[in-house]
Every structure is written in structure tokens, then in C-alpha cells.
Design a protein around this ligand. Structure first.
Ligand SMILES: Nc1ncnc2c1ncn2[C@@H]1O[C@H](COP(=O)(O)OP(=O)(O)OP(=O)(O)O)[C@@H](O)[C@H]1O
Ligand SMILES: [Mg+2]
Length: 426
């Protein structure tokens, strides 16, 4: 690494005052003490640090040297015990908790080692969250979240939940969530700590691209030299002090390093497994209850249309027409609604379950309605002995199978191209 080294006080020969001009972030004489029953821990001592807009700073140091303490202060999650912290012209130390929360929400994106995504919530919803807190309208929220996910290369994973994503993909969702509000500063505390080499390089390449193309200032904590070598400046901490501050004129290009890794390495194998895992999970995923509700509403509306058609056009009462309208509309709405909701058509497995459960539910509902409306007829039909009851059961089962099959075919017709192959294609 071709580097210009300086003492802990700065990154070059210019005075603090000169470098403060146009700085995004200025720490002056900052210290952080933690007081507990065991005594006082000086987690940070007399730190002067200035970070200019567009810098990519790696923060390294042994465990307990104060890196996370520094990140918490930079991120306005904690206050320094002494000293001043200015961010984009705001004196953050002077602000109330609410004031700091405002600065944090407007100016800073966070990425953590453990991703910190909400489980059972899709990538899209996770990324929308910071915009919800800001009261951004739903449509705009969705649009911006989709753009952020596309910018981290996850346009085809927006409807996956974290457990359907690999570690690297989860971290990319977290980066999209950090960037969806367009903050000028991104803070990352060991973002690659849980990732293998290939995936770490992928995340680094993404961060380098965001830094280069969008001018986002990045401060990143890492234990790994290879990762730190990708930054344009490396600050080393020991016992709460910054002991070196090194400018790196030729940072490693993570994308180029990635290209040098052999294709058959572990990462490639993981990717295949990942695709298969995702396809399997998506095929077997439960069908949202709202799909059934939409189907029920559409079936009722379709039947009503059928009744109107009978009355106004045919001028007769043809039950088959009513049923046909109901079944066609409910299958159409269910197939299209599910596709919108899940971001892909229903899988074979899901279509079969929708068709069968809905037919059974409908069958029970119709049978109950009939029994209540015409109890005498039902009792008479069932009262002809065991063989007659057996016939009724066989007829009902055949009916359920036939109607389920019809619904399955209609669901496939209205939203084709489903199943494992289609999911794996993404
Ligand atoms: N809330 C706290 N109360 C008391 N001491 C704390 C607290 N948080 C951190 N410390 C202490 O402050 C020092 C710096 O901790 P910090 O978490 O910043 O280290 P770090 O450099 O991030 O370490 P690591 O690499 O292990 O994450 C440590 O000695 C730690 O024990
Ligand atoms: Mg730490």
C-alpha cells in the first residue's frame, strides 16, 4: 500500500483549522469514559479526528481499543464525555436527544456485523422502514426501496425474507436500508465480520462503488488487513488513542480482487446451494391469508355478476353461468393478486394448496348453507342407509377433486411460469 503516514493527530501536514474547512465530520479533543462499579474505563482519550466528504476511512485496532465507542459517538448513538463533535456543520454535542436523533436520521446510515434485519419481513419492507419513520408516502417509499435494492444488485430478491437470503445478500439488504434515505455518511462496524472471503470482497466492492460513484463518506471498523487495505485512509487505535493515521494513495480494488478468486471456490458452491435453497423455500412457502380473502371477495363479486348476467342478458336463471362467473373471477384475482404480493407467480405447490384448501373451505360453507336452508332434503338424502351415505361421500370427494383441479388449472392459466425452475431462473 503506497501510503503517507502521519502522527495520530491528523492525516496530512495541514493544520486542524485548514482541514476543518469543508469537513463532514470534526472531533475535537473527544474523550469517552465509562464509569462502573469496577472503576472508570477510558474508552477514548483526547481524540482529534477530521473526516472530509468523500473519504473512505478504515478504523482498525485490537479488541477493546475503542473502535465501537468511536462509531457510537460518530453515529450520535452516544455522547462524548468531553470534547466537541461537529457533523455537517451541526454541533452534535450541543443537541438534545431528539436533536441528535434528527441528525442521525437525516445524515447517517448504519451497517452492523449482524445485519440487524427484521426477520419474517421481506427485503423490500426492511428497506422501506427508515422511510416509514420519516412519513414518506407508501408509493414513493416502495419506489425508493426498490431503487436502493436494485443499486445493491438485489432487484430479484426483494420479496425474500432474511432467512431466504445468504449472509452477503442480507448484508446488501442492510446496506440498501442504510442508503435509502440518501445519507452523506455511512458507518459500518465490522460489516464483513460474519462473511467469508468472497462475500466480504463483494460487500467491499459495493461500498467502494458507492463511495466512488455517489461520493458517500464511509467509516468502517474492521479487524482484517485485506479489508482495511481497500480504504483510502486507515486509522489505528490502541487503548482509546488513535496511534496512526495513514493515507493510502493506492487502495486495493475489491472488485479486481474478487475477479482474481477462482470461480470454483467455496463462494461459487454456496451460490448454487443458495439458489436451490431459495427455490425450495419459495416453492413451499405458506400462501398469505389475504390471497384466500381476495379469492373469496372476487368469487362473491363474480357470482353477483353471473346473477346479473342471467337476469339482464339471458333473462333466465342458469346456475352454471353464475358459478362460471364466480370461479373465473376468483381464480383470476387470486393468481394476479398473489403474483403482486409475492413478486412472482404462485409455485405448483402453492397453487395446488390454494385450489384444494379453497375448494374444501367453499364445500364446507356450501354444505352448511344447504343444511340450514333445506334440512329436510339433506336428512332424506342421508337417511337411505349406509350404502347411500357412502355414495354421497364418494360423490363429494370426486366433486372436490374435480373442482380443485379446475381451480388449479385456472390459477396456472392466469399466472403461468411458476415453480422451482422459474424461481431458480432469477
Ligand atoms: N457500556 C460500557 N460500559 C463500560 N465499559 C465499556 C462499555 N462499552 C465499552 N466499554 C469498554 O470500553 C473499551 C472500548 O470498547 P469498544 O467496544 O469501543 O472496543 P472495540 O475496539 O470496539 O473492541 P472490539 O474489537 O472487541 O469490538 C473496552 O475496554 C470496553 O470494555
Ligand atoms: Mg467493537
Amino acid at each position: 500500500m503506497a501510503a503517507a503516514t502521519s502522527d495520530a493527530g491528523g492525516g496530512d501536514d495541514a493544520s486542524l483549522e485548514e482541514r476543518e474547512q469543508g469537513a463532514l465530520l470534526t472531533l475535537r479533543n473527544v474523550a469517552k469514559d465509562y464509569v462502573s462499579a469496577a472503576g472508570v474505563v477510558h474508552a477514548l482519550r483526547e481524540l482529534d479526528l477530521i473526516i472530509q466528504e468523500g473519504e473512505f476511512v478504515a478504523i482498525v485496532g485490537t479488541s477493546g481499543s475503542g473502535k465501537s465507542t468511536l462509531m457510537n459517538i460518530l453515529g450520535c448513538l452516544d455522547r462524548p464525555t468531553r470534547g466537541t463533535y461537529g457533523l455537517a456543520g451541526f454541533d452534535v454535542g450541543d443537541r438534545t436527544n431528539d436533536g441528535r436523533a434528527l441528525v442521525r436520521n437525516r445524515l447517517i446510515g448504519f451497517v452492523f456485523q449482524g445485519f440487524n434485519l427484521l426477520p419474517r419481513t421481506t427485503a423490500l419492507e426492511n428497506v422501506e422502514l427508515p422511510l416509514s419513520y420519516r412519513g414518506v408516502p407508501r408509493k414513493q417509499r416502495r419506489k425508493r426501496a426498490l431503487e436502493a435494492l436494485a443499486s445493491v444488485g438485489l432487484a430479484d430478491r426483494v420479496h425474500h425474507t432474511p432467512n431466504q437470503l445468504s449472509g452477503g445478500q442480507q448484508q446488501r439488504v442492510a446496506i440498501a436500508r442504510a442508503l435509502v434515505t440518501d445519507p452523506p455518511l455511512l458507518l459500518a462496524d465490522e460489516p464483513t465480520g460474519n462473511l467469508d472471503t468472497r462475500t466480504s470482497l463483494e460487500v467491499l466492492a459495493l461500498l467502494q462503488r458507492l463511495n466512488r460513484d455517489r461520493g458517500i463518506t464511509i467509516a468502517l471498523v474492521t479487524h482484517e488487513h485485506d479489508i482495511a487495505a481497500c480504504a483510502s485512509r486507515v486509522c489505528t487505535f490502541r487503548d482509546g488513542r488513535m496511534v496512526t493515521d495513514v493515507r493510502n494513495e493506492t487502495p486495493l480494488d475489491a472488485a479486481a480482487q474478487l475477479a482474481k478468486l477462482p470461480r470454483e471456490a467455496k463462494g461459487a458452491a454456496d451460490e448454487t446451494e443458495d439458489h436451490e435453497g431459495i427455490a425450495r423455500a419459495a416453492a413451499k412457502a405458506p400462501v398469505p391469508f389475504s390471497v384466500f380473502a381476495a379469492m373469496w371477495a372476487a368469487g362473491s363479486a363474480g357470482s353477483l355478476l353471473g346473477v346479473l348476467y342471467n337476469k339482464l342478458i339471458l333473462d333466465a336463471s342458469v346456475p352454471a353461468v353464475t358459478v362460471a362467473f364466480g370461479v373465473l373471477l376468483e381464480s383470476f384475482v387470486a393468481a394476479r393478486y398473489a403474483k403482486r404480493k409475492l413478486g412472482r407467480p404462485l409455485s405448483q405447490d402453492q397453487r395446488a394448496r390454494v385450489a384444494l384448501y379453497y375448494t374444501l373451505f367453499n364445500g364446507v360453507f356450501v354444505a352448511l348453507a344447504l343444511a340450514l336452508k333445506m334440512p329436510d332434503v339433506v336428512a332424506e338424502r342421508l337417511g337411505h342407509g349406509a350404502s347411500s351415505a357412502g355414495l354421497v361421500v364418494v360423490a363429494l370427494c370426486s366433486f372436490v377433486v374435480a373442482v380443485s383441479l379446475l381451480r388449479f388449472l385456472l390459477l396456472s392459466l392466469f399466472a403461468p411460469r411458476a415453480g422451482r425452475a422459474a424461481v431458480a431462473e432469477h
